[in-house]
Design a protein around this ligand. Structure first.
Ligand code: AGP
Length: 612
């Protein structure tokens, strides 16, 4: 999500930081900042200038005095607007200590309340700033930056990679990690830290991968890694021989594979801190009162493309859990059909970018019709997020590949959280059912990771049908929108003819075009309609189609009906699409690569569509 960098012991510390931040530019960000420690003083520069932030920061720091140590940060907002006050580095009250952070501090609200009560003045609304003040407080008693960071991390819940400097020990940077990535390295008398390899690749190719709960002391040319008990450990080193472009893709061939691999993290981050210890759902900026939720008698979700499919998947869960009727509409159609809207309607826009003009106009149309509006988006402070009555952010991090993957899964998971919240407020789901759904959400991260790791079976199946030109994706129940998304992914990046259908609809027309040479990808994972799906499969098989079945582990009976099979872990039917989408993404990917196409930049398409 955010990018962090730090250096100590380099004559050109500011250049190291700015060059490193520039190397993270490909990810997109909303603001940037650096802090330098010079002659025992901490000086800081920050700017919120969208994707120009690093260039603007270079101008801003043009007359900065030379320094040998400092920290830098590019921000992809998760807590608080993308403005200068929320940009990193953050300082303590005395301005003696600077901190950069990537991750999410789950218990920031309670920590901030305690700090304010004890007289601290917080100047941002980020979750990160609390850490700077916590460490400041501990420094008063310990007098040591290392000990203070170690102690502060004991009370912090969530994910973090941090770098901290203090004017009391100007050559020292203390870095630490839990869940969020962090690497450190050294060369020619300087030591470096970074969230991402490209940031420091021009300075060193030998890096140490910092593990969870390790704390690192960086001094000029020296790195000491300690475990959670403070014992020095032998670090895990790695030599990087990638070029910058490969490093930006984390060593993957393209951003699409990188982003597919990031899906478990996207799911975990989207859920992080939103399910309390008592099992309640805590939504950060949910400004619809319980009374408003209870009076809602219709929900309309509006979206385009993959976000439309995410909304369709969520409809099944929403209706079952909340018992509120849900319509899902193509955003570009919604406002032109004179929809019935009133004060009891809730219009939910689903958009990873928060900027697709069709969805934006649809949400505005909902507001004009008197409906309450809400947006599920991946981009903090996007136009839709600013305009809607309420917003729920997915936390997938920047998505670069035009074909959406991780933001789709994160949108489904965020919508499921929202559906459970609405059900809870309305009392439409009993305690046992609610607990079961929460447990199912909690198991998705591992299940998706498991599914991703099975890429080889999908690659083999894709290779077997590499010459086919016509593809039909079939699903039933929540598997139907899953099939639609599988077909869209294939169309987008491989330019093949692909259609998604509900299995039961085949006999009403599409069966006429099924003939030898057609490939049918059928989702036959756990669902009450699985038997019916398998009958639909028999229909296409008898017309000569090649059948690829996506089936649950161990379901050999279903598997026997396919020409090829892709096995996935079993999940409850409303959650199954989250992991069933993975092999469909991989299938599209392998066919596109096999046909020699650039999967990240498909022809004729833009990542964000801001024209009608
Ligand atoms: C997805 O792979 C596509 N690139 C496209 O359909 C996309 O989902 C659609 O344009 C909606 O974008 P949004 O989520 O940013 O609104």
């Amino acid at each position: 999500m955010c990018g962090i960098i730090g250096v100590t012991g380099a004559a050109d510390a500011l250049d190291v930081l700015l060059d490193g931040l520039e190397r993270l530019e490909y990810r997109g960000y909303d603001s940037a900042g650096v802090a330098l420690v010079n002659h025992g003083d901490v000086a800081r520069w920050r700017i919120a200038d969208g994707t120009h932030s690093v260039a603007s920061l270079r101008s801003l720091t043009g007359s900065a005095p030379p320094a040998q140590a400092g920290l830098g940060h590019t921000r992809w907002a998760t807590h608080g607007q993308p403005n200068e006050a929320n940009a990193h580095p953050h300082l303590d009250c005395g301005g003696n200590l600077a901190l950069v952070h990537n991750g999410i501090i789950e218990n920031h609200a309670e920590l901030a309340a305690g700090l304010i009560e004890r007289g601290h003045v917080l100047t941002s609304v980020t979750d990160s700033e609390v850490l700077a003040h916590l460490i400041e407080e501990l420094m008063e008693t310990t007098g040591s930056l290392l000990t203070s960071v170690q102690q502060a991390l004991l009370v912090v819940r969530g994910a973090f990679a941090i770098g901290v400097m203090s004017e009391t020990e100007p050559e020292l940077i203390v870095a630490a990690r839990r869940i969020s990535p962090l690497i450190v390295g050294r060369s020619q008398g300087a030591s470096y830290l970074a969230s991402d390899i490209p940031a420091i690749l021009e300075r060193t190719r030998d890096v140490v991968i910092v593990e969870d709960d390790q704390v690192v002391e960086l001094r000029p040319g020296s790195i000491i890694v300690r475990d959670r008990d403070g014992h020095e450990v032998v670090p895990r080193s790695m030599h990087i021989d990638w070029d910058i472009e490969a490093a930006q893709k984390d060593g993957f061939d393209d951003f699409m594979t990188k982003e597919i691999s990031e899906q478990p993290r996207a799911i975990a981050d989207t859920l992080r801190g939103r399910i309390s210890d008592e099992g309640c759902i805590v939504l950060d900026r949910f400004e619809l009162s319980d009374e408003r939720v209870r009076s809602t008698n219709k929900i309309v979700m509006v979206a385009c493309g993959s976000s439309f499919h995410a909304a369709l998947v969520a409809k099944y869960a929403f209706e079952r859990w909340t018992r509120i009727p849900v319509e899902v509409d193509i955003a570009s159609e919604f406002r032109y059909r004179d929809p019935v809207l009133d004060k009891q309607t809730l219009v939910i826009g689903v958009s990873q970018s928060g900027e697709s003009v069709d969805t934006l106009q649809a949400v505005r149309h909902g507001a004009d019709g008197g409906a309450a509006t809400m947006v599920v988006t991946n981009v903090v402070d996007s136009t839709m997020a600013r305009e809607a009555d309420a917003v729920l952010y997915t936390r997938a991090g920047p998505e670069i590949s035009v074909a959406s993957t991780k933001t789709v899964l994160a949108s489904i998971v965020a919508l499921q959280l929202l559906g459970l919240h609405l059900a809870r407020v309305r009392g439409s789901l009993d305690d046992a059912a609610f607990a079961a759904e929460i447990a199912a959400l909690g198991s998705l991260e591992a299940m998706v990771a498991d599914t991703i790791s099975r890429d080889e079976q999908t690659r083999t199946v894709a290779n077997a049908v590499m010459d086919a030109r016509d593809f039909f994706f079939l699903g039933r129940h929540a598997g139907y929108p899953t099939a639609l998304e599988g077909a869209l992914k294939l169309k987008e990046i491989s330019y093949l003819h692909a259609e998604g259908y509900p299995g039961g609809e085949l006999k009403h027309g599409p069966l006429a075009v099924i003939e030898p040479g057609c490939v049918v990808v059928a989702l036959a994972t756990g669902s009450p309609l699985k038997e019916k799906m398998l009958s639909n499969v028999a229909e296409v098989k008898s017309r000569g189609a090649t059948v690829i079945l996506v089936v649950d582990d161990g379901d050999e009976v279903a598997a026997a009906l396919g020409d090829y099979c892709i096995f996935v872990p079993a999940a409850p039917e409303l959650h199954a699409p989250v992991k069933d989408l993975v092999p469909l993404q991989q299938f599209a990917y392998h066919l596109a690569r096999g046909r020699g196409f650039n999967v990240d930049r498909p022809r004729n398409l833009a990542k964000t569509v801001t024209v009608e």
